[in-house]
Design a protein around this ligand. Structure first.
Ligand code: NAD
Ligand code: DAU
Length: 352
């Protein structure tokens, strides 16, 4: 079996659902259920004996020891993190606690478990750390895309905490020989994406008749990947990646934020036109920029393609269409996650 951390969040839940749709290997899913974790994402697995959910913290060393010894996974896939850049600007400490301290506690527990495995099991064991392209910092307009050897230049508390976690993973491989793999992926989008991030926030706001907030001039560039393509890349790296290596994951889809939001608006105009017949793009509103806002990210996924034969299945156009369709078809999911504390965050970030 495999142990997944953060499997009730956006990417983690997509990973667990895709995993169990493609094989029968059981998953132990450890998640603290922060504001970003949601068991409703996993509702289709209710009663499925292949999925064991455990409510807990990756920083809880005793719990980790027990979970590892009882379940004896052949691999750990580590998604759990605080993941939103804007929240890291308002409150960095939670990011250090989970992304740095939590990752170190997890590595330590996994190291002790792995060191006690017999030779065959120990050499087959893998710790896969899911990380981000934001650790590389910001690119100039015409600079080549990030490769795995690009220097680390994290600019936000979020990316700094992820960079620290990457370094800890590297150190546990280098010092103790733990068989680690790290993936650094670009911006994901798709089902179960919490509506604090640009794409789901704008779909949600558009349908509610609210402003679509564009930070600064909207010309910041992100490189978008449909979430199931990220999941297939992780499966491939787990299966065939070389331990100690890092692999960039991306979809070759660089887009300016304003263009992304215009594409969302055009897709909504077609799939669910506004009652008054006006274009959703009328709701686009320019707001204050994010402090320290990175101008451009772009991933060179050539190593993953050349060495492991991975390619994304979706283009930006097909992925965005599927995503908008999913949000239209899952209004109840959106309604549930946007009640309660979600409103407090939105008021704090965008003003009442
Ligand atoms: P998310 O915020 O949607 O989910 C994070 C999950 O981790 C939640 O279920 C939360 O409850 C859980 N969690 C948080 N703290 C925990 C703790 N201390 N112990 C156990 N569980 C805890 O995040 P996401 O967007 O799904 O990102 C998953 C991972 O992928 C993160 O490590 C993130 O850095 C990385 N990543 C995200 C993107 C992206 O575009 N979203 C891109 C590249 C990499
Ligand atoms: O690059 C990978 C990263 O992508 C992940 O590591 C992070 O976990 C994930 O949150 C994401 O970070 P971003 O900051 O790029 O994503 P976000 O959706 O918050 O913002 C995307 C872009 O849109 C960014 O340039 C900021 C801008 N933006 C965002 C929001 C929420 C706006 O213009 N308005 C907004 O309201």
């Amino acid at each position: 079996m495999i142990l997944v951390t953060g499997g009730a969040g956006f990417i983690g839940s997509n990973f667990v659902l895709d995993w169990l749709a493609t094989c029968d290997e059981p998953v132990v899913n450890l998640d603290l259920l922060t504001y970003a974790g949601n068991l409703a994402n996993l509702a289709s697995l209710k009663g499925d004996a292949r999925h064991l959910f455990v409510h807990g913290d990756i920083a809880d060393a005793k719990l980790l020891k027990r979970l590892l010894e009882q379940n004896r996974p052949r691999a750990v896939i580590h998604f759990a993190a605080e993941s939103h850049v804007d929240r890291s600007i308002h409150g960095p400490e939670a990011f250090v606690q989970t992304n740095v301290v939590g990752t170190q506690r997890l590595l330590e527990a996994v190291k002790q478990y792995w060191q006690a495995l017999d030779g065959v099991a120990a050499s087959a064991f893998r710790f896969l750390h899911v990380s981000t392209d934001e650790v590389y910092g910001s690119l100039d307009k015409n600079a080549p895309a990030f490769t795995e050897t690009h220097p680390y230049e994290p600019n936000s508390p979020y990316s700094a905490s992820k960079a620290a976690s990457d370094h800890l993973v590297r150190a546990y491989h280098h010092t103790y020989g733990l068989p680690t793999l790290t993936t650094n992926c670009s911006n994901n989008y798709g089902p179960y994406h919490f509506p604090e991030k640009l794409i789901p926030l704008c779909i949600h706001n558009a349908l509610k008749g609210k402003p679509l907030p564009i930070y600064g001039d909207g010309q910041q560039i992100r490189d978008w990947l449909y979430v199931s393509d990220h999941c297939s890349a992780i499966r491939r790296v787990l299966e065939a990646g070389t331990t100690g290596q890092t692999y960039n994951v991306g979809g070759w889809n660089e887009k300016a934020n304003l263009d992304v939001v215009r594409t969302l608006c055009a897709t909504l105009d077609e799939l669910q036109p506004r009652a008054d017949g006006q274009a959703y793009s009328r709701q686009i509103t320019f707001v204050s920029d994010r402090p320290g806002h990175d101008r451009r990210y772009a991933i060179d996924a050539g190593k993953l393609e050349r060495e492991l034969g991975w390619r994304p299945a979706e283009t930006f156009e097909t992925g965005i269409r599927k995503t908008v369709r999913w949000y239209l078809d899952h209004a109840d999911w959106v309604e549930n996650v946007t009640s309660g504390t979600y409103r407090t965050w939105i008021d704090q970030q965008y003003g009442k």
